[in-house]
Design a protein around this ligand. Structure first.
Ligand code: SF4
Length: 508
C-alpha cells in the first residue's frame, strides 16, 4: 500500500494502483461554531453512504455526501473497490473542497462507501477521518461509521491484550479489529459476531474488494436507509445513506430503513440480510427529528418535515400567548414555526435572516463588537418586528448564551415583546450516542428553572414543548421507540460517563 499525506488531503491507494495526487484543500479555518461560543448548538455527528453496482460509484458517493454535508463538515472521505483493488481518499474540509474531478478520477470501481464527519470520539485529525481502511487477516476492509460506541475502553483493551495494533483513536477501527479477531469462519459471520460485542450507537457501511455491508446497532439510534437506482439494462444499483434526502440527488428510490440489529450484505448475486441481534427495545434518537436531519428526509419511518410541523402545532396548543407574528430562528426553527403559526392563526414572517455565506474564513472587526458572533450569522428585519409582539421559535437552548443574544437582537429591532418557544423539552443531560453535547454542568436547563432561564435570556415568556407532546409529534407509522435521554436523563444503555452527568450550577 502506498500512503501519502497532503496538505489537508490523504490518499490511500492499493499497491497495485498509482498513488493518489489528491488536490490540497484550502487552508482550514475552524468552524465558526468553535470560534464563537455564541453558537451553542449541538453538533451534528456523521453521515455515511454506500453504493453497489454503479459504473461511476465514486461520483455517486460524492453526490450522496454532498446531500449529507449538514451531518459533518470537518472531514470527508470516499473509498472505492473494483473487485480487485480498494482505493481511498479522505481529507479535512467540505466534500466539495476535497473531491475535485481529479480526486474522483483516482477512485475507480463499481462500489463505494463515503463518510462526512464531525468528530465525537477520537481527536479531529486527518488520521481519524473515514472511511478507515484496515488490512486484516480477513482481507482488506474499509469502514465508515456514524455514532458512538459506549463500551469502547473495555473492548479496546481486550483487543490490545489479544495483540491488536490500532492505527487511529477512532472507535470505528475497534469494529474492524473485532472482525479481524473474530473466530467466525466467514466474513459475514465475523461481522455479525463483532457487532454483537459493541454497545452504543452505530450505523455502519463497510466494503471489501467485492462486497458492501450495511448495519445498524440493535437499538437503532442513528438512521440508515436503503434505496435503489433502477437500471433498465442490468442489475439495479443498491444505495445506502444516513438520510433519504441523499437518494433524491442520486435519483434513487427509497426502499426501506435498515432495521435495528440488521446486517445487510450486497454482492453481485443480490441483497441478503440477517438479524444479528433481536429483542432489544428500539431507542432511535428523537433529536434527529428535532434538529439534525434534513426536513426533506424520511427517517425512522417518518418524514422529518411532518414531525417538525407537528411539534410547532403542539407547542402552540400547549403554550399559546397573545402575539402579532411568529418568527423562526433560521434555519432549523422554520418548519416548527410554520406549524405553530398555522395552529395559532398568526402570520408567519422571516423576521430574522440567516447569512448562509458565513464561511470558514472572516476578518474580525478591530474593535470588539457586542454579540459579533450572532450578528455575523443572523440579522433582524426591522420593519417586520418593530412594535410587534413576537413569538420566536427555536429548536433548543443549550447554554443559553445564543438565545439571550437573539432575544436582545429582536428587541433591539423594535419588537414590543419577545416570547421564546422551544420545539422540544429542556435539554438536561448529555448524549453518549454520537451527538456532541456539553457536560451537564454546562447545560443551562440542568441547573436552572424555566423561570430562571427566562430571566437570563430576557424574554417576556419562555415555554418548551412537553416530552409527551414531542413523542406524539414524532409518532410514525412504525410506532418507534425513541431515545429521549437528553431530556430525561434515562439512558437506554448502562454505559455512561458519570463525570459528564454530574450537575454543577452554572454561573449566570
Ligand atoms: S441522548 Fe438525546 S441526542 Fe443522544 S441519542 Fe438520545 S435523544 Fe439523541
Amino acid at each position: 500500500m502506498t500512503r501519502r499525506l497532503f496538505q489537508g488531503v490523504e490518499g490511500e491507494i492499493d499497491e497495485t494502483n498509482e498513488p493518489s495526487s489528491g488536490k490540497a484543500a484550502p487552508f482550514l479555518i475552524p468552524d465558526p461554531c468553535s470560534l464563537f461560543p455564541a453558537f451553542d448548538k449541538l453538533r451534528e455527528e456523521c453521515g455515511v453512504v454506500a453504493i453497489h453496482g454503479h459504473p461511476d460509484a465514486a461520483r455517486q458517493a460524492y453526490l450522496g455526501l454532498y446531500a449529507l454535508q449538514h451531518r459533518g463538515q470537518e472531514s470527508a472521505g470516499i473509498a472505492t473497490a473494483d473487485g480487485h483493488h480498494l482505493a481511498n481518499i479522505k481529507g479535512m474540509g467540505l466534500v466539495s473542497e476535497i473531491f475535485t474531478d481529479d480526486a474522483l478520477a483516482k477512485l475507480p470501481g463499481q462500489m463505494a462507501i463515503g463518510h462526512t464527519r464531525y468528530s465525537t470520539t477520537g481527536d479531529s485529525a486527518l488520521l481519524n477521518a473515514q472511511p478507515i481502511r484496515v488490512d486484516s487477516v480477513k482481507g482488506l476492509i474499509a469502514i465508515a461509521h456514524n455514532g458512538n460506541l459506549v463500551n469502547l475502553g473495555n473492548v479496546r483493551s481486550r483487543l490490545e491484550r489479544d495483540g491488536a495494533y490500532f492505527q487511529t483513536t477512532s472507535d470505528s477501527e475497534i469494529i474492524v479489529q473485532l472482525i479481524a479477531h473474530s473466530r467466525a469462519s466467514t466474513l459475514v459471520d465475523a461481522i455479525a459476531d463483532s457487532l454483537s460485542h459493541v454497545e452504543g450507537a452505530f450505523s455502519i457501511v463497510m466494503m471489501t474488494r467485492d462486497r458492501i455491508f450495511a448495519a445498524r446497532d440493535p437499538r437503532g439510534f442513528r438512521p440508515l436507509s436503503m434505496g435503489r437506482i433502477k437500471n433498465p439494462d442490468g442489475p439495479d444499483t443498491v444505495v445506502f445513506a444516513s438520510e433519504s434526502c441523499a437518494f433524491d440527488l442520486l435519483r434513487a428510490e427509497f426502499e426501506r430503513d435498515v432495521l435495528p440489529g440488521e446486517l445487510v450484505m450486497v454482492t453481485e448475486d443480490g441483497v441478503t440480510s440477517r438479524q444479528y441481534s433481536t429483542g432489544v427495545p428500539q431507542s432511535s434518537c428523537i433529536f434527529e427529528h428535532v434538529y439534525f436531519a434534513r426536513p426533506d428526509s424520511r427517517i425512522f419511518g417518518r418524514w422529518v418535515q411532518e414531525s417538525r410541523d407537528q411539534m410547532g402545532r403542539q407547542l402552540a396548543r400547549e403554550s399559546g400567548v397573545p402575539a402579532d407574528v411568529v418568527v423562526p430562528v433560521p434555519d432549523s426553527g422554520v418548519t416548527a414555526a410554520l406549524g405553530y403559526a398555522e395552529q395559532a392563526g398568526l402570520p408567519f414572517r422571516f423576521g430574522l435572516i440567516r447569512n448562509h455565506y458565513v464561511g470558514r474564513t472572516f476578518i474580525e472587526p478591530e474593535q470588539r463588537v457586542r454579540d459579533f458572533g450572532v450578528r455575523l450569522k443572523l440579522n433582524p428585519v426591522r420593519n417586520l418586528l418593530e412594535g410587534k409582539r413576537v413569538i420566536l421559535i427555536d429548536d433548543s437552548i443549550i447554554r443559553g448564551t445564543t438565545s439571550r443574544k437573539i432575544v436582545r437582537m429582536v428587541r433591539g429591532a423594535g419588537a414590543k415583546e419577545v416570547h421564546l418557544r422551544i420545539s422540544c423539552p429542556p435539554t438536561i443531560s448529555p448524549c453518549f450516542y454520537g451527538v456532541d453535547t456539553p457536560s451537564k454542568r454546562d447545560l443551562i436547563a440542568a441547573n436552572k428553572s424555566i423561570e430562571e432561564i427566562r430571566r437570563y435570556i430576557e424574554a417576556a415568556s419562555l415555554a418548551y414543548l412537553s416530552l409527551e407532546g414531542l413523542l406524539q409529534s414524532c409518532d410514525g407509522d412504525e410506532h418507534n421507540g425513541y431515545c429521549t435521554a437528553c431530556y430525561t436523563g434515562n439512558y437506554p444503555t448502562q454505559w455512561v460517563d458519570v463525570d459528564e452527568i454530574l450537575p454543577v450550577t452554572v454561573s449566570l
